[in-house]
Design a protein around this ligand. Sequence first.
Ligand SMILES: [Zn+2]
Length: 412
Amino acid sequence: MENREKLVIRSRAIFTADEKYPTLLDGYIVIDDGKITKIESGDLPQTSFAPENEVLDVGEDLVLPGFVDPHTHLVHGGSRELELDMKLAGKSYMEIHEIGGIRSTVQATRSMNEEELYNKAKASLDRMLTFGTTTVEAKSGYGLDKETEIRCLEVGQRLNREHPADVVGTYMGAHALPPESTANTKGYVEFMLTEVMPEIKERKLAEFCDIFCEEGIFDIETSRYYMQKAKEMGFLLKAHADEIVPLGGAELAAEMGAVSAEHLMAISDRGIEMLAESGTVAVLLPATTFFLMADKYAPARKMLAAGVKVALATDYNPGSSPTENIQVAMSHACFGMGMQPEDILHAVTINAAHAIKRERTAGSISIGKNADILITDVKSPAELIYRFGVNHIVRVYKRGRLAAEQGRVCYE
Ligand SMILES: [Zn+2]
């Protein structure tokens, strides 16, 4: 922040995502040294126009906390547009999985060196930033061998250091069985637990670990065993649960005290109850449902009515959701799942921050948090959702610095 003390942002419609303030605050925010130091209602006092302050009055334009995308597979090689023909011929995700699917991405990822993976992921992270995402979770899971999994997590950490967006690492070796051990689930699980995860823990390459708990991938018993061991090692837990069949993954995530359960298109009523009781965040991925041409979205409204904390994410990945734009997930949350605009905004801000344990520093416009702030070109949450398919983010501030403007990154 060159030559100035503070940044002051004034708007008639600030969605803070902080319960202490009205849903849409008519007021201003003061940012000092990258943090939010003051939030007030009403007009700017004369003192805010001191020469050292930069004052930005956006009139009636909606101001938001930076979006948090709590489920992405950011670092990977390759692209899978060749599967589009198979999709259009009616093959399901699991049928494509059988003949290539994840495995083709594994091959592409293994063949790329650190610099190549970094450049590809950085381009995606830049794109996310221009759509308003300032904090991103990044799962590994397209290497499946030790070396590549670690390389992908290292790329995530390097992006976290060098890119304005915050990147939170999740180890997801349990994404699929690697091509070299398709018949040996037990052996692969032991390999992860004894050969890979101690080093990841030791080098602090990931805070979370995640498992694809699904029929034909990792069953409930294997998932429970893996999660228990991972927990003992000090990992925070996540699970890809009940995506295709109601296997009981949500119940298992709640039972294990997981921070989040993700996908949940096929969640049972008991699973919903248990998530509400345990406080496990439901991370819903409606862009994936749309892309898979599935006929059933996750029952978001039922979950909200039951008191489940609902978050939304892109699921950015080459096989089932190749978009970096969280506003796409927000559109499908409304038009596919029937979520209200304000619930959608909570789901991509404070609830998403809870899903990756960043609720103390991100996810709302609150005093003491990082000044991750978005300026939009709309006047209300309803207009933001209603005008779908365009980028509504005009400016992105990350820790008080302008990081993207009019769809282009502009950080140093
Ligand atoms: Zn995923």
